[in-house]
Ligand binder design. Structure first.
Ligand SMILES: Nc1ncnc2c1ncn2[C@@H]1O[C@H](COP(=O)(O)OP(=O)(O)OP(=O)(O)O)[C@@H](O)[C@H]1O
Length: 253
Protein backbone atom coordinates (compact mmCIF):
# COMPACT_ATOMS: atom_id res chain seq x y z
CA UNK A 1 0.00 0.00 0.00
CA UNK A 2 1.17 3.52 -0.78
CA UNK A 3 0.05 6.49 1.28
CA UNK A 4 0.96 9.98 0.11
CA UNK A 5 -0.11 12.60 2.66
CA UNK A 6 -0.07 16.35 2.10
CA UNK A 7 3.10 16.05 0.06
CA UNK A 8 4.63 19.16 -1.48
CA UNK A 9 7.87 19.44 -3.43
CA UNK A 10 9.53 22.59 -4.62
CA UNK A 11 12.64 22.90 -6.77
CA UNK A 12 15.06 25.82 -6.85
CA UNK A 13 14.66 27.82 -10.06
CA UNK A 14 16.43 30.81 -11.60
CA UNK A 15 13.80 33.19 -10.22
CA UNK A 16 12.95 31.76 -6.79
CA UNK A 17 11.48 28.26 -6.78
CA UNK A 18 9.06 26.03 -8.71
CA UNK A 19 6.27 24.33 -6.78
CA UNK A 20 6.16 20.99 -8.63
CA UNK A 21 3.61 19.42 -6.26
CA UNK A 22 1.39 21.06 -3.67
CA UNK A 23 -0.25 19.12 -0.82
CA UNK A 24 -0.88 15.93 -2.73
CA UNK A 25 -2.95 13.20 -1.06
CA UNK A 26 -3.13 9.82 -2.74
CA UNK A 27 -3.64 6.31 -1.38
CA UNK A 28 -3.05 3.23 -3.49
CA UNK A 29 -4.37 0.03 -1.94
CA UNK A 30 -2.46 -3.28 -1.91
CA UNK A 31 -2.61 -4.72 -5.43
CA UNK A 32 -4.44 -1.70 -6.83
CA UNK A 33 -3.54 -0.20 -10.21
CA UNK A 34 -3.73 3.60 -10.26
CA UNK A 35 -3.00 5.57 -13.41
CA UNK A 36 -1.86 9.20 -13.16
CA UNK A 37 -2.56 11.58 -16.02
CA UNK A 38 -2.04 15.31 -16.39
CA UNK A 39 -0.55 17.96 -18.59
CA UNK A 40 3.16 18.19 -19.20
CA UNK A 41 4.96 19.62 -16.19
CA UNK A 42 2.20 18.93 -13.64
CA UNK A 43 4.55 16.85 -11.48
CA UNK A 44 3.79 13.26 -12.50
CA UNK A 45 7.43 12.16 -12.67
CA UNK A 46 8.21 14.06 -9.47
CA UNK A 47 5.44 12.12 -7.70
CA UNK A 48 6.88 8.78 -8.88
CA UNK A 49 10.43 9.75 -7.90
CA UNK A 50 9.20 10.73 -4.44
CA UNK A 51 7.41 7.38 -3.99
CA UNK A 52 10.53 5.58 -5.28
CA UNK A 53 12.69 7.31 -2.66
CA UNK A 54 14.80 9.08 -5.30
CA UNK A 55 13.65 12.50 -4.08
CA UNK A 56 12.58 13.82 -0.70
CA UNK A 57 9.36 15.77 -0.18
CA UNK A 58 9.70 19.39 0.89
CA UNK A 59 6.83 18.67 3.29
CA UNK A 60 4.37 15.85 3.92
CA UNK A 61 4.91 12.11 4.31
CA UNK A 62 4.99 9.04 2.08
CA UNK A 63 4.74 5.48 3.34
CA UNK A 64 5.11 2.34 1.24
CA UNK A 65 3.98 -0.98 2.75
CA UNK A 66 3.78 0.71 6.13
CA UNK A 67 7.28 2.21 6.18
CA UNK A 68 8.24 5.84 5.65
CA UNK A 69 10.12 6.22 2.36
CA UNK A 70 13.69 7.42 2.91
CA UNK A 71 15.65 5.73 0.13
CA UNK A 72 15.07 3.36 -2.80
CA UNK A 73 13.95 -0.11 -1.70
CA UNK A 74 14.03 -3.54 -3.31
CA UNK A 75 10.28 -3.81 -2.74
CA UNK A 76 9.71 -0.93 -5.15
CA UNK A 77 10.55 -1.18 -8.87
CA UNK A 78 10.64 1.83 -11.17
CA UNK A 79 10.26 1.51 -14.94
CA UNK A 80 10.98 4.55 -17.09
CA UNK A 81 10.21 5.72 -20.61
CA UNK A 82 13.57 4.47 -21.94
CA UNK A 83 14.49 0.82 -21.34
CA UNK A 84 18.12 1.70 -20.35
CA UNK A 85 19.41 -1.85 -20.93
CA UNK A 86 23.10 -2.70 -20.66
CA UNK A 87 24.21 -3.14 -24.29
CA UNK A 88 26.80 -5.81 -23.55
CA UNK A 89 24.32 -8.07 -21.77
CA UNK A 90 21.72 -10.34 -23.37
CA UNK A 91 17.99 -9.97 -22.67
CA UNK A 92 18.31 -12.66 -20.00
CA UNK A 93 21.43 -11.03 -18.55
CA UNK A 94 19.65 -7.68 -18.30
CA UNK A 95 16.62 -9.20 -16.56
CA UNK A 96 18.96 -10.93 -14.10
CA UNK A 97 20.81 -7.76 -13.16
CA UNK A 98 18.73 -6.96 -10.03
CA UNK A 99 19.14 -10.59 -8.87
CA UNK A 100 22.91 -10.32 -9.19
CA UNK A 101 23.03 -6.93 -7.52
CA UNK A 102 21.10 -8.35 -4.56
CA UNK A 103 23.50 -11.34 -4.53
CA UNK A 104 20.61 -13.80 -4.81
CA UNK A 105 21.00 -17.29 -6.32
CA UNK A 106 21.42 -16.88 -10.09
CA UNK A 107 19.99 -20.28 -11.07
CA UNK A 108 16.69 -19.62 -9.31
CA UNK A 109 16.56 -16.11 -10.76
CA UNK A 110 17.24 -17.45 -14.24
CA UNK A 111 14.19 -19.75 -14.07
CA UNK A 112 11.98 -16.83 -13.19
CA UNK A 113 13.64 -14.53 -15.75
CA UNK A 114 12.94 -17.08 -18.50
CA UNK A 115 9.32 -17.42 -17.40
CA UNK A 116 8.90 -13.65 -17.47
CA UNK A 117 10.53 -13.28 -20.89
CA UNK A 118 8.27 -16.05 -22.24
CA UNK A 119 5.20 -14.38 -20.70
CA UNK A 120 5.87 -11.15 -22.61
CA UNK A 121 6.38 -12.93 -25.94
CA UNK A 122 10.20 -13.05 -25.96
CA UNK A 123 10.56 -16.83 -25.85
CA UNK A 124 13.02 -16.97 -28.74
CA UNK A 125 15.01 -13.90 -27.69
CA UNK A 126 16.58 -14.74 -24.33
CA UNK A 127 20.12 -14.63 -25.72
CA UNK A 128 19.79 -11.60 -27.99
CA UNK A 129 21.53 -8.33 -27.20
CA UNK A 130 19.61 -5.05 -27.03
CA UNK A 131 20.83 -3.92 -30.49
CA UNK A 132 19.15 -7.04 -31.94
CA UNK A 133 15.79 -6.15 -30.38
CA UNK A 134 13.11 -3.65 -31.45
CA UNK A 135 12.17 -0.77 -29.14
CA UNK A 136 9.06 -2.67 -28.01
CA UNK A 137 11.09 -5.80 -27.28
CA UNK A 138 13.63 -3.77 -25.31
CA UNK A 139 10.86 -2.25 -23.23
CA UNK A 140 9.49 -5.77 -22.57
CA UNK A 141 12.92 -6.76 -21.28
CA UNK A 142 12.87 -3.67 -19.04
CA UNK A 143 9.43 -4.73 -17.75
CA UNK A 144 10.77 -8.21 -16.91
CA UNK A 145 13.78 -6.60 -15.16
CA UNK A 146 11.35 -4.51 -13.08
CA UNK A 147 9.30 -7.60 -12.16
CA UNK A 148 12.10 -10.10 -11.48
CA UNK A 149 12.33 -9.21 -7.78
CA UNK A 150 8.56 -9.63 -7.37
CA UNK A 151 8.25 -6.00 -6.21
CA UNK A 152 5.28 -5.21 -4.03
CA UNK A 153 5.13 -1.81 -5.68
CA UNK A 154 5.60 -1.11 -9.37
CA UNK A 155 6.06 2.50 -10.51
CA UNK A 156 5.87 3.12 -14.26
CA UNK A 157 6.72 6.48 -15.82
CA UNK A 158 5.23 6.64 -19.33
CA UNK A 159 6.74 3.23 -20.09
CA UNK A 160 5.13 2.85 -23.51
CA UNK A 161 5.26 6.41 -24.81
CA UNK A 162 8.23 5.86 -27.15
CA UNK A 163 6.48 2.93 -28.88
CA UNK A 164 4.25 2.82 -31.96
CA UNK A 165 0.48 2.50 -31.40
CA UNK A 166 0.17 -1.23 -32.08
CA UNK A 167 3.18 -2.21 -29.98
CA UNK A 168 1.79 -0.02 -27.25
CA UNK A 169 -1.53 -1.87 -27.33
CA UNK A 170 0.28 -5.22 -27.11
CA UNK A 171 2.37 -4.02 -24.18
CA UNK A 172 -0.70 -2.73 -22.35
CA UNK A 173 -2.44 -6.08 -22.87
CA UNK A 174 0.60 -7.96 -21.55
CA UNK A 175 0.92 -5.67 -18.56
CA UNK A 176 -2.75 -6.22 -17.80
CA UNK A 177 -2.31 -10.02 -17.98
CA UNK A 178 0.75 -9.89 -15.69
CA UNK A 179 -1.10 -7.65 -13.26
CA UNK A 180 -4.14 -9.94 -13.20
CA UNK A 181 -1.90 -12.95 -12.58
CA UNK A 182 0.03 -11.26 -9.76
CA UNK A 183 -1.24 -7.82 -8.79
CA UNK A 184 1.53 -5.50 -7.60
CA UNK A 185 0.50 -2.16 -6.17
CA UNK A 186 1.02 -0.05 -9.28
CA UNK A 187 1.26 3.65 -10.14
CA UNK A 188 1.31 4.13 -13.90
CA UNK A 189 1.98 7.57 -15.40
CA UNK A 190 0.71 8.05 -18.93
CA UNK A 191 -0.32 10.76 -21.38
CA UNK A 192 -2.89 8.42 -22.91
CA UNK A 193 -6.38 8.61 -21.43
CA UNK A 194 -7.33 5.38 -23.26
CA UNK A 195 -4.37 3.53 -21.78
CA UNK A 196 -5.26 4.81 -18.30
CA UNK A 197 -8.89 3.67 -18.63
CA UNK A 198 -7.83 0.30 -20.06
CA UNK A 199 -5.40 -0.51 -17.26
CA UNK A 200 -6.45 1.24 -14.09
CA UNK A 201 -8.73 0.60 -11.15
CA UNK A 202 -8.65 4.37 -10.59
CA UNK A 203 -7.31 7.31 -12.58
CA UNK A 204 -5.87 10.34 -10.76
CA UNK A 205 -5.84 13.59 -12.73
CA UNK A 206 -3.18 16.11 -11.73
CA UNK A 207 -3.46 19.79 -12.55
CA UNK A 208 -0.34 21.90 -13.08
CA UNK A 209 1.53 24.74 -11.38
CA UNK A 210 1.51 23.67 -8.68
CA UNK A 211 0.65 20.02 -9.21
CA UNK A 212 -2.44 19.01 -7.27
CA UNK A 213 -4.82 16.06 -7.45
CA UNK A 214 -7.76 17.44 -9.41
CA UNK A 215 -9.90 14.32 -9.41
CA UNK A 216 -9.69 10.57 -8.89
CA UNK A 217 -12.04 8.55 -11.10
CA UNK A 218 -12.90 4.90 -10.36
CA UNK A 219 -12.97 2.73 -13.49
CA UNK A 220 -15.63 0.17 -12.75
CA UNK A 221 -15.33 -1.91 -15.92
CA UNK A 222 -14.78 -5.68 -15.87
CA UNK A 223 -11.41 -7.13 -16.93
CA UNK A 224 -9.79 -8.21 -19.10
CA UNK A 225 -10.26 -5.01 -21.07
CA UNK A 226 -8.92 -4.42 -24.56
CA UNK A 227 -8.09 -1.12 -26.23
CA UNK A 228 -9.75 -2.35 -29.44
CA UNK A 229 -12.90 -4.07 -28.22
CA UNK A 230 -13.55 -2.26 -24.94
CA UNK A 231 -13.32 1.16 -26.64
CA UNK A 232 -16.84 0.59 -28.01
CA UNK A 233 -18.34 0.01 -24.55
CA UNK A 234 -20.45 2.98 -23.42
CA UNK A 235 -18.91 2.84 -19.91
CA UNK A 236 -15.38 3.14 -21.38
CA UNK A 237 -16.38 5.96 -23.74
CA UNK A 238 -17.98 7.77 -20.81
CA UNK A 239 -14.85 7.54 -18.64
CA UNK A 240 -12.62 8.66 -21.53
CA UNK A 241 -14.89 11.63 -22.32
CA UNK A 242 -15.09 12.64 -18.66
CA UNK A 243 -11.30 12.50 -18.21
CA UNK A 244 -10.88 14.56 -21.40
CA UNK A 245 -13.15 17.22 -19.90
CA UNK A 246 -11.30 17.25 -16.56
CA UNK A 247 -7.95 17.56 -18.35
CA UNK A 248 -9.25 20.33 -20.60
CA UNK A 249 -10.40 22.26 -17.52
CA UNK A 250 -7.16 21.63 -15.60
CA UNK A 251 -5.07 24.41 -17.04
CA UNK A 252 -3.03 26.73 -14.84
CA UNK A 253 -4.81 27.85 -11.67
N1 LIG B 1 15.29 18.46 -10.73
C1 LIG B 1 14.51 19.52 -10.99
N2 LIG B 1 14.99 20.78 -10.86
C2 LIG B 1 14.19 21.84 -11.11
N3 LIG B 1 12.91 21.76 -11.52
C3 LIG B 1 12.39 20.54 -11.68
C4 LIG B 1 13.17 19.35 -11.44
N4 LIG B 1 12.37 18.25 -11.68
C5 LIG B 1 11.17 18.75 -12.06
N5 LIG B 1 11.18 20.10 -12.05
C6 LIG B 1 10.04 20.99 -12.37
O1 LIG B 1 8.90 20.49 -11.67
C7 LIG B 1 7.74 20.54 -12.50
C8 LIG B 1 7.17 19.14 -12.63
O2 LIG B 1 8.06 18.34 -13.40
P1 LIG B 1 7.75 16.79 -13.71
O3 LIG B 1 8.87 16.29 -14.57
O4 LIG B 1 7.46 16.08 -12.46
O5 LIG B 1 6.42 16.91 -14.59
P2 LIG B 1 5.68 15.83 -15.50
O6 LIG B 1 4.23 15.97 -15.22
O7 LIG B 1 6.27 14.47 -15.27
O8 LIG B 1 6.02 16.33 -16.97
P3 LIG B 1 6.03 15.55 -18.37
O9 LIG B 1 4.62 15.07 -18.59
O10 LIG B 1 6.42 16.60 -19.36
O11 LIG B 1 7.02 14.42 -18.24
C9 LIG B 1 8.18 21.16 -13.82
O12 LIG B 1 7.89 22.54 -13.77
C10 LIG B 1 9.67 20.92 -13.84
O13 LIG B 1 10.33 21.91 -14.58
Amino acid sequence: MIVVERVSRTFPARSGSVAALHEIDLTVAEGEFVAVIGRSGCGKSTLLRLIAGLLEPTSGTITVTGRAVRAPSREVALMQQQPALLPWRTALGNVLLPVEMARQPRAEGAVRARELLDAVGLAGFHHRHPYELSGGMQQRVALCRALIQRPRVLLMDEPFSALDALTREDMAAQLQALHLARPATTVFVTHSIQEAVLLADRVAVLSPRPGRVREVLTIDIPRPRSLGRSAALPAVAECVAHLHDVLAESGDD
